[in-house]
Design a protein around this ligand. Structure first.
Ligand code: NAP
Length: 504
């Protein structure tokens, strides 16, 4: 029997991408895989983000795995506990739990050219694997601004993705920094509870209404009895969202969406000064369009103040903005987003010739089909560069990436290849075509500074085309775009016989 710290395939992370990759591997008859998970449970961001009001802004019938439909979603747009429970159910249903090593945080990964394997060091020991699927999650490492004096603050200060279990907002004076997708969900949930809330807004967001609805038990029964009906519902949502995608690529059409957002605001915000503060000056869609029916009413409440000047300092009991505004606060909540283009995992991955992924990317990530990187063999990155979306479900993209991965594994098996990576030409070609399609989209010409853009100004985060076009590209393995090799006889011997901790 192989020792526990060796597997043919290691999957890092057990969120949507890790679970989907594991299921597809199993369905293809591959059982020699381990899932390394730094947390105590599966679920990824849907396990970690427990802030009040946390929900998904894509309809659940689409924001779910195609091969694991859930007829029992209680609402059109599900909340975090329901999505988390869905992922837990999937892990059980597809018998994945025995593959997961919980509380194993990956600290370092090195490609070993002698054995043609990845060496993966974790917080609980070392592993070897021929292939690695990096399902680390694109939004899993919080970004907290380095504010002068933050370490002197006497109250609680935390990021929305690390919400303390026992946090009691009742009667407190709260400061919220940021008005992005997470903040617009927890601000309305906290506002009725708190004594006073000061919201520090750097850039106003465009917020449209969220047409949520309860799904009746009758409908749930129908979905259960007639799976085709649920499939049709999923397809309908998919098509509607793809049509919205066309507008993102032709910003002139975004005016209709902007009108809907402004009327959503005007319905609740009557004060002209507050309206002015909350009205964005960039084209809608340039930053993620947010959805809420309750955000603006909360921002108009008498116990909420919106400060538009940048936070410059924190004292023992207050926050000070650049215009001199000082707010006395008991707690600070950072809704300041995640590290996206300076991706933490890239700092600990070392590929061929010891090159570090973070150095190769230099803050501007590039990959072939957003999935594989030249110089980093046998590594598949889920939700990699240019696979993000502004308008629909990222699960669709993840499943397309997995399709490509499974095709590559098949190609390796058929041709008895042990090592594979994309050719540099193929990677460059993909990146160039993506950049060409990005021109003229609302993300590059919308007049905003968004986290989609990296420090070079390149949009290395989003896929600019239709998701169907990505799916078509990813469904076919163009073998000429990959460089494959066989391990030498000596390497093969090592691959088959190496056991225990790697000798290093
Ligand atoms: P976010 O959308 O990136 O928003 C971060 C907010 O913090 C922005 O308002 C940003 O202002 C502000 N900010 C950042 N650094 C700051 C600083 N130093 N000083 C003051 N303000 C600062 O982050 P998020 O709300 O956590 O959401 C991240 C992503 O998670 C979303 O875009 C979305 O993809 C995902 N998400 C999805 C859902 C869902 O329903 N599916 C829900 C929540 C989150 P600027 O705009 O000026 O940068």
């Amino acid at each position: 029997m192989k020792p526990i710290n060796k597997a043919r395939i290691i999957i890092i992370g057990s969120g949507f991408a890790g679970i989907a990759a594991a299921v597809r591997l199993k369905q293809a008859g591959e059982n020699d895989f381990i899932i390394l998970e730094r947390g105590e449970d599966v679920g990824g961001v849907w396990r970690d983000n427990r802030y009040p009001g946390c929900a998904c802004d894509v309809e659940s019938h689409l924001y779910s795995l195609s091969f694991a439909p859930n007829p029992n979603w209680s609402h059109k747009f599900s909340s975090q506990p329901e999505i988390y429970a869905y992922l837990q159910d999937c892990a059980k249903k597809f018998d994945l739990i025995s593959h997961v090593r919980f509380r194993h945080e990956v600290k370092r990964m090195e490609w070993n050219e002698d054995t043609c394997e990845w060496y993966v060091a974790t917080s609980q020991g070392d592993f070897n694997a021929q292939m690695v699927v990096g399902a680390f999650g694109a939004l899993s490492n919080p970004a907290i601004p380095k504010l002068k004096g933050l370490d002197t603050f006497a109250g609680e200060a935390f990021h929305s993705s690390n919400w303390p279990k026992n946090f009691e907002p009742k009667g407190k004076r709260i400061a919220v920094i940021g008005t992005g997708a997470s903040a617009i969900q927890f601000i309305p949930a906290l506002q009725p509870e708190v004594d006073y809330m000061t919201v520090f807004q750097r850039t106003p967001a465009w917020v449209v209404g969220r047409p949520d609805q309860k799904i009746s038990p009758t409908k749930q029964k129908l979905y259960s009895k007639f799976p085709l009906l649920q499939k049709a519902t999923r397809l309908g949502i998919y098509i509607r969202r793809e049509l919205l995608g066309i507008a993102f690529r032709n910003p002139k059409y975004m005016k209709i969406v902007a009108k809907a957002a402004l009327s959503n605001m005007y319905r609740s915000i009557k004060d002209p000064v507050l309206r002015e503060k909350l009205t964005p000056d960039y084209i809608i869609g340039c930053k993620r369009i947010l959805q809420s029916n309750v955000y603006y009413p909360a921002m108009a409440a008498p116990n909420v103040n919106v400060v538009t000047s940048e936070v410059v300092e924190v004292t023992e009991d207050s926050i000070i903005a650049a215009d001199g505004t000082e707010a006395k606060v008991d707690s600070i909540i950072f809704g300041t987003g995640f590290q996206i283009t300076d991706i933490p995992f890239a700092r600990y991955i070392f590929g061929k010739n010891g090159q570090r992924l973070a150095d190769v990317w230099a803050g501007s990530p590039k990959a072939y089909l957003g999935t594989t990187v030249s110089g980093f063999p046998n590594l598949f990155i889920m939700q990699g560069p240019n696979t993000g979306l502004g308008h629909t479900s990222v699960i669709y993209m993840i499943e397309a990436q997995i399709k490509q991965m499974m095709g590559v594994l098949k190609h390796m098996q058929k041709n008895q290849l042990d090592i594979i990576e994309p050719s540099m030409d193929a990677q460059k070609g993909f990146v160039e075509n993506t950049e060409k399609s990005m021109k003229g989209t609302v993300w590059t010409s919308g007049g905003c500074k968004s986290w989609y853009l990296d420090h070079t100004g390149r949009n290395s985060t989003l896929w600019p085309g239709s998701t169907y076009s990505f799916r078509r590209l990813a469904s076919r393995v163009i073998t000429g775009n990959y460089v494959g090799d066989q391990a030498s006889a000596k390497m093969k011997y090592l691959l088959n016989n190496q056991s225990g901790s790697p000798d290093r």
